[in-house]
Ligand binder design. Structure first.
Ligand SMILES: Cc1ncc(COP(=O)(O)O)c(C=O)c1O
Length: 398
């Protein structure tokens, strides 16, 4: 018999994917340029030349048998060295190459980190609003997701709810800053307070609660700011990084786990990740892509378009009377819908070819997400459509 669990998952399709498929189909009818598709978080800018040049150089100059051969179980040492040096330089850390495990993007990174610090039946805390893929990422490890309710004013942490939910059965806490979908960045105060709670509870429980920090948007920050580096605040931190958004290479599947040297069992976790790979069938990302990443670890695409788009949308949305927290980074914004039922709100927007995503599946009903990783020219053209939508549907005139 085929596996009924995975068969059952087929009927649980992602709302984001469904809306994106709708946008593509609608594009065939009226021209995709006329669909204001804010559904998918796919980077809209090319990878930097340095990344493509590195790929070409390796293909042309490296011995093909070596280049295309198996990498060691825990990744290419020369690249692990470069990643560690970059993190140490940028964030004042003390990583060695043995603390770095290259993975297939953030998804691969989280798959390893979660398995390394939980047992089946343990609980993993996440903070709403959160990326809906956290459900399968966590639940498919055998651990169980436990949700802390959102703090919807600044999208920091609802500490009251965290104190209540952080019980001895919690093995790890998973955070995502800058955040998909709110665009919020956890402040130094938030991270300091979180670390205090984790330290206190760890002492009380007699076991360390691990912190897993999912950081694929770390480099997409606005107003010239920097994302505070989570692992600096709490020893038992596993940082899960991805180059999908910073280098605009989501299809190349490249990222890493970085284990804080001060973390419990820090010297074993990367080796354990190598063993976890055997069970889940992920054995190191492509050598070519890993090598190119090592040479461009401090580079990014030109990410400035996201800030331009954010400012345009934030100004337009506030002008139209939406309640919205200004994102500190990412390429998402999360306004409050103009009626309680955000699903109904987003359905009504379709009449204006505005593809907005209700955040019910992010555990934040009443809001919607706009992924503004699209051309600025299209953002500009979408604003009159937004205006007509709220005027004609909700009688709002500004
Ligand atoms: C918060 C968050 N975590 C993880 C991922 C997965 O990223 P990757 O493409 O690197 O696997 C995404 C992708 O959009 C994301 O938004």
């Amino acid at each position: 018999m085929i596996n009924q669990h995975y068969l059952g998952m087929l009927s649980n399709k992602s709302v984001i994917r469904e809306l994106s498929e709708y946008a593509t189909a609608r594009g065939k009818e009226i021209g995709y340029e006329n669909v204001f598709d804010y559904s998918l978080g796919n980077p809209s800018v090319p990878a930097p030349d340095s990344f493509r040049e590195a790929c070409v150089r390796y293909l042309q100059e490296e011995d093909p048998v070596r280049l295309h051969g198996y990498a060691p179980t825990t990744g290419l040492p020369s690249v692990k060295e470069k990643v560690a040096a970059s993190l140490n330089r940028r964030f004042g850390m003390q990583y060695g190459p043995h603390h770095i495990f290259p993975t297939a993007g953030a998804a691969g990174s989280l798959a390893h980190a979660l398995r390394a610090v939980t047992q089946p039946g343990d609980e993993v805390i996440v903070f709403a609003p959160f990326f809906p893929e956290y459900y399968p990422y966590i639940n498919e490890t055998g651990a169980r997701i436990k949700i802390v309710e959102p703090e919807t004013e600044h999208f920091q942490i609802n500490f009251e709810d965290l104190e209540e939910k952080l019980t001895p059965s919690v093995a790890a806490v998973l955070i995502n800053s800058p955040n998909n979908p709110s665009g919020a960045i956890y402040t130094e105060e938030t991270l300091t307070r979180l670390a205090e709670v984790l330290k206190r509870k760890s002492r009380e429980f007699g076991h360390n609660v691990f912190l897993i920090s999912d950081e694929p948007y770390r480099e997409i920050v606005f107003d010239g700011k920097q994302t505070p580096y989570t692992a600096r605040y709490y020893d038992h931190t596993l940082t899960c990084y991805s180059f999908s958004k910073s280098l605009s290479v989501p299809g190349e599947r490249i990222g890493y786990v970085a284990v804080n040297p001060a973390c419990e069992e820090a010297d074993n976790i990367v080796a354990m990740c190598g063993q976890i790979s055997r069970g889940i069938g992920h054995n190191c990302p492509s050598s070519l892509i890993t090598l190119a990443m090592g040479d461009t670890v401090d580079d990014t695409s030109d990410l400035s378009v996201y800030e331009t788009n954010m400012n345009l949308l934030y100004d337009a949305l506030t002008d139209l009377g939406f309640t919205v927290t200004r994102p500190g980074g990412t390429f998402y914004i999360m306004p409050k819908a103009l009626e309680e039922d955000a699903v109904a709100f987003c359905k009504k927007a379709l009449k204006y070819d505005l593809i907005l995503v209700p955040t019910d599946s992010f555990h934040a009903p009443g809001f919607f997400r706009m992924a503004y990783c699209i051309d600025t020219e299209k953002v500009e053209r979408s604003i009159p459509a937004l205006r007509r939508f709220v005027e004609e549907t909700y009688g709002i005139r500004r």
